[in-house]
Design a protein around this ligand. Sequence first.
Ligand code: F0G
Length: 458
Amino acid sequence: MSYKKSWAEPYKIKMVELIKMTTRKDRLKAIKVAGYNTFLLRSEDVYIDLLTDSGTNAMSDIQWGAFMTGDEAYAGSKSFFKMEAAIQKYYGYKYIIPTHQGRGAENILSKVLIKNGDIIPGNMYFTTTRLHQELAGGIFKDVIIEEAHDPLNEHPFKGNVDIQKLHQLVQEYGSAKIPYISVATNVNMAGGQPISMANLRELYAYTRQHGIRIIHDMTRVAENAYFIQKRETGYAHKSIAEIVKEICSYTDGATMSAKKDALVNIGGFLATNEWDVYEEARNLVVVYEGLHTYGGLAGRDMEAIAIGIQESLDDNHQHARVGQVEYLGHKMMEYGIPIVKPIGGHGIFVDAKSFLPHLTQDQYPAQALAAEIYLDSGVRAMERGVVSAGRNENGDNYYPNLELVRLTIPRRVYTQAHMDVVAESVASVFQKRKTIKGLKMVYEPKYLRFFQARFEKL
Ligand code: F0G
């Protein structure tokens, strides 16, 4: 037996950010003012912020150093060419369009590829991705394997596409109606669950036969590669960088939120291997984001992304990154807290349906639980259930099987002791779970309601 199991970080701390400590009384006031929506809290009222891993990463000293070298030219910025070269080198895509963040790329891509009434299959939805598909006239269809909808199923690749489900769509609508399938790596809404290389390879072969593109939501591709390295036969001796490059090689283009894997606070891009798609997207980016050599980003942001991409592919970095998430997950399991399994790449997803079995989904169990965790300790999580799922084109609520609270871990930000505090806090809420009441929605925005909806206690 080896004692050497540590996932300890391959970096040390050079600067710290002080956090304000609050009392339960302060937090009670804050969560009421926020309408029981953790998105509406002020961050200064939060102790450990696990709302999201998006844009909340700590940059390295090398990234901060590069900030000073950003070329802020309006056109033809040197920093753009560095970012473009990094994307081409590490991901292998040909044509690159920078955008201010992932959804900027989703907007442009959807407008370029989707015609009214088109069908867009995907391995589970993501909120902004599906909305842009719908706003462009598309209809989203979930083709993820059934196991992904079961929080307890321990399938090692719950992000896999069910090719039979895709085939049924092709038979029903015809491949001409399906401009692309949207394939996310490390599927966020399923709990940070990976897709296997074998599944991707099979999907690639299938889509070649039917003339359907694969558009890769590569927001967390390096985390997916880590799981392939650990779980898939034949990959144990390949580097994360090699695995990422292979994943991208089975896809035709990508949208990326660099705010996650790529270790920056803002940025994204659209990538494609097709000249025509690039041409059209380059026309549109000027309308929505900015010139095609900055797309809403400062030169310094593009410098930091170029370096962040490279740092994200370091095997030791991913080992520590996912290791920390697994540490928290195991700790919570020891307390008997029901979480999505296997433990995902970017956070722990608490199963609110089994945590609060006395609440119906219309009483927003995950929303109520996130508010309760904040109240207990100042740890901020977010709802990923019926509120996030929103409504379909007829205005009916989607009722996702997964009703989850996501405790998302920013990269390189918190310590193991912080993870202990989080686990202890959720455990203390778990102890008094029977006393937790549901919520009713008193304000519902039209789009992406989870961001700004307000609630009252039942
Ligand atoms: N795709 C995935 C899988 C995402 O997780 C996100 C963002 C986006 C696209 C959109 O990118 O935010 O840069 O516009 N997810 C964040 C989250 C918001 O908290 O999970 P964006």
